[in-house]
Design a protein. Structure first.
Length: 204
């Protein structure tokens, strides 16, 4: 979905709250920065910057951190999900999803009450306007679905020509294909972004 960006001046909104939550979860798990970095396949320096609100993590990094901590991803959005039961259902009222702002996107995690979901629905505001804002196209396991709600976006991939999607358009793609989404509207675009949750918590 995106690449990390250091925030050496003033951290973006949402980064500081994530840093506090991450540090608390790490300490509750009894893990050092080095141990969590290894479990999450991240560099210790990257983890340290995130904990000190000096770096805005990507959603993929958040998934990796949740995996390393053995928690549901929604806990990093400051939301405690319910325990898995049969016949589950979750409702998110307008504007009440757990929110997180990163360098290029503003996420609202929907239906976070259910833990261990197979898919992760995100109402996403696309702030990036150029693919040059990304250090590289992103590659990770899984599949993604995008439905444009407002404005227009361009999907950049490493196998296809840039694809413009207007309000009402949708796209489904393999996340192993390098990809990045940017707004081509004068204002940030809004999309429903659904990702498969393929990163399972570590055991032991």
């Amino acid at each position: 979905m995106e690449t990390e960006t250091s925030q050496r001046s003033s951290p973006r909104a949402g980064t500081k709250s994530l840093s506090v939550i991450l540090r608390k979860l790490r300490k509750n798990a009894g893990l050092s920065i080095g141990e969590l970095a290894e479990r999450s396949t991240l560099a210790p320096s990257t983890l340290s910057k995130i904990e000190n609100a000096q770096m805005s993590p990507t959603y993929e990094t958040i998934l990796s951190l949740a995996s390393g901590l053995g928690v549901d991803v929604s806990e990093l959005f400051a939301h405690k999900p319910s325990s898995p039961v049969s016949g589950r259902r979750a409702v998110t009222r307008v504007g009440e999803g757990s929110k997180l702002k990163t360098s290029h996107y503003e996420y609202e995690l929907l239906c976070a009450d259910i833990a261990n979901k197979k898919i992760i629905p995100l109402l996403t505001r696309i702030n990036a306007h150029s693919v040059q804002e990304f250090e590289t196209l992103v590659v990770h396991p899984g599949e993604e679905f995008v439905y444009v709600l407002e404005g227009s976006v361009t999907l950049h991939t490493d196998l296809y020509a840039p694809t413009v999607l207007n309000a009402g358009d949708s796209c489904y793609f393999d996340s192993m294909m390098g990809h990045a989404l940017v707004s081509t509207s004068s204002e940030p675009a809004t999309i429903l972004w659904v990702c498969s949750n393929v990163i399972s918590p570590l055991i032991g």
